[in-house]
Design a protein around this ligand. Sequence first.
Ligand code: NIG
Ligand code: FE
Length: 414
Amino acid sequence: MARAETVVHDAAEVVVGKREGAWPGGDAGDDLLAVHENAGVAVVDGEVAMVGPSDDVCREYPPENAETAYEATGQSVVPGFVDPHTHAVFAGDRSDEFEAKLRGKQYQEILEEGGGILRTVRAVREATEDELVANLREHLDAMLAYGSTTVEVKSGYGLDTETELKLLSAIETAAETHAVDVVPTFMGAHAVPEGMDTDAYVDAVVDEQLPAVADQGVAEFCDVFCEEGVFGVEQSRRVLEASVDAGLTPKVHAEELAHIGGTELAAEVGATSADHLLHSTRADVDGLVENDVVPVVLPGTAFGLGAEYADAQEMLDAGAPVAVATDFNPNCHSRSMGFAQSLCCVEMGMTPAQSLVAATEHAALALDRPARGRLDVGAPADMAIVDAPSHVHVPYQFGENTVDAVFKDGTRVA
Ligand code: NIG
Ligand code: FE
């Protein structure tokens, strides 16, 4: 008998992750998941010490000796969700743009008129760092309650050195005081500031912002909005190559509104992920697979814009480790990885098992954190307890929060 800090027992099922050798190396079809029924999990030093039949776990790690015992009768235990793409630190309100878009206004029209990202930039420049921290904490609270235990957060609503540093510092402060693991990304190349020429702004990102961001030492990744009418492929390449020299790892917003070559760029610069991909081709996807770039789909954005969805089926056929994220931002106000999984299934033809893998271990790959997103022995014990006997209820109960409790590194945090 041994002593665990946390024992979760009598769960209807515990989903460990994919079966060994399954997608993307092998079949992504039926029988994708490694699942224990009538199962439990014991946690020692924040890591999974044992996972398997509840009786065996309770014999080895008696719940009555644990600091926290959680009886999960009728519930399903899944790895905590990893949200690998958000713009969660911002200020202001753009709900009126939601109404304008419903009346037929295009996202890019709004941006060209100084709304959209540029409007959030004005609000962020006026906000204090404390206000940004408070806003971000509130969003992280919601994400955690919905089951996300690791969340990437991008800057990009500053568009000048001072405000980009303020955003990254707010991300750092919120991260230090929150249970969610926050992964900070610098995205100075999110839009071109009003009244500025694109090449001149790229110079500013490369020569002024990136060195200051590297000095500050908060950001881990660097992302670029590589898009028609925003940053072209060569401009994006300049930013991403400079970011590598500054010690950051590239990510790319690619082929969202048009196909301009952002996926190829992602493969060339060694990006960890290429995100959006509404207009990517099969050749693009093959290039991502060959270069170990994780494709991240963001179906909430397509849902909010009433746009087409990315072709997840093509990515599955290509054997790509498809990941999913919320893309939470003022244009896509969803903090729920459960809803993102519903859209994966209903709108993109993925199975519940595929969408769960996309929201956990593949999403962890998109953040270069391969240890997160699975519940193997030795893995960090990040768990979402779903208030239903099967993980299928996560996408099935669309628009609802099915998560009843959340454990981060073995500690109950929601
Ligand atoms: O990923 N596409 C660019 N960035 C965000 C939108 C940000 C905004 O509209 O505020 C995205 O969808
Ligand atoms: Fe985005």
